[in-house]
Design a protein around this ligand. Structure first.
Ligand code: GUN
Length: 287
């Protein structure tokens, strides 16, 4: 029997509905939630992601600031934009769209953001709090994945979870979030040996490679009744695809996410949620 499709659009809408209510309440208290984005250069995929983020903000009543800057911007100039947004009391969340052009230092840029406005959860402060089980703002894609588990009441206690990603934005935050839920977590990456056997033993696989030339998660790699969360999004043979062969996987898995329409909408919804959290933090410290 085919498994259950985890519909990111439906779950994202439930998050957006909650965010909308929170926006109304914040506005009643005199706070106008506002997200600032910084997009460096002309990468079409990044431009689309940023446009979608602005559109989603508009839908729920969050104000936006849109900083589009030339790809040749210097680190000092980029830092100065971040500094000015950090000290702008009308801006509650700051997002530097990644990846940045090669001459810029992503760590220097993202860690310059005030931890209270760090809606990506990428600053050392917020990454550290997450690792200490004291998270304030958590990276959007990982918290979106956790929201999907919650929505479907998927119990993680004692489950063997395999992550195929070790990035600061996906794999590392997910590792901590899953561990907090008592999962046994294995993090795999490009140098992992016996990936197929590791996947075959997993109750849950969360994959985020994003390069179909190099990797596809196929049905023979998963256990009957397992759960597959596909975080990847890339173009392959003129189609938008994830890492997994969804049509085959869903025949064997108990739950799986499609691409598009799976994790993608959750990332945007959780960004809205983080912007609300950041706006509330700013009211708590009187800014
Ligand atoms: N590029 C791809 N995903 C993300 C994300 O979640 N945040 C940022 N800042 N850049 C990204």
């Amino acid at each position: 029997m085919a498994g259950i499709r985890i519909d990111g659009k439906v779950i994202a809408q439930t998050v957006k509905d909650r965010v909308k209510q929170a926006v109304t309440e914040l506005k009643r208290q005199g706070v106008n939630p506002c997200l600032a984005t910084i997009l460096v250069g002309e990468d079409p995929a990044s431009a689309t992601y940023v446009r979608n983020k602005h559109k989603a903000c508009k839908e729920v009543g969050i104000d936006t600031r849109d900083h589009k800057v030339d790809s040749k911007i210097t680190q000092i100039e980029l830092n100065s934009i971040i500094d000015s947004l950090n000290s702008d009391s009308l801006v509650h969340g700051i997002l530097v769209q990644l990846p940045l052009p090669k001459h810029l230092d992503e760590f220097a840029a993202t860690s310059r953001i005030s931890p209270l406005k760090d809606v990506d959860g990428l600053t050392p402060h917020n990454a550290g709090l997450l690792a200490m089980k004291k998270a304030m703002l958590v990276a959007c894609t990982p918290s979106g994945v956790m929201e999907m588990f919650d929505y479907h009441k998927i119990d993680l206690d004692g489950k063997n979870v395999v992550l195929i990603n070790r990035s600061n934005l996906v794999g590392k935050p997910l590792y901590h979030l899953l561990l907090e839920k008592n999962a046994t977590v294995i993090t795999c990456h490009s140098k992992t040996k016996n990936l197929k056997q590791i996947c075959q033993a997993a109750d849950i696989i969360i994959t985020a490679v994003g390069d179909r030339e190099k990797f596809t998660l196929t049905a023979d790699m998963i256990k009957e009744g397992s759960i597959v969360i596909d975080v990847a999004i890339s173009r392959f043979h003129k189609k938008i695809v994830g890492d997994s062969d969804y049509d085959q996987i869903i025949q064997k898995a108990s739950f799986a996410t499609p691409v598009p329409g799976g994790v993608g909408p959750m990332t945007v919804a959780m960004l809205l949620k983080n912007t609300i959290t950041a706006s509330s933090l700013s009211t708590q410290i009187g800014r």
